[in-house]
Design a protein around this ligand. Structure first.
Ligand SMILES: [Zn+2]
Length: 90
């Protein structure tokens, strides 16, 4: 009788431990898939824009926008704006 109860408890513990592990694994897998998916949609959805200074294509999320033009970096933006308005030099 006692042995049966102990066996039942052991089985129950093993069952719940297995269930918990399985759920943890499933959540981890889902998280990974969501991460990969969002990364891919971001890459696909993100448009490429051309730097008006060096003509290099950069993702829109990494580019800077100034006066309707796109730039790969603030340095190129500044140089482009300086070239655009030479008369405004002091
Ligand atoms: Zn550039």
């Amino acid at each position: 009788m006692n042995l049966l109860i102990i066996r039942l408890i052991i089985f129950a513990v093993l069952f719940f431990a297995g269930l918990k592990l399985y759920r943890m694994y499933r959540e981890w897998k889902l998280d990974r898939e969501e991460l990969l998916e969002s990364d891919e949609t971001r890459r696909e959805g993100g448009q490429m824009v051309r730097c008006s200074w060096c003509k290099v294509h950069v993702p829109e999320s990494d580019a800077l926008r100034e006066q309707g033009e796109w730039f790969c970096s603030s340095a190129h933006r500044d140089r482009y704006l300086q070239e655009q308005k030479p008369e405004e030099k002091e």
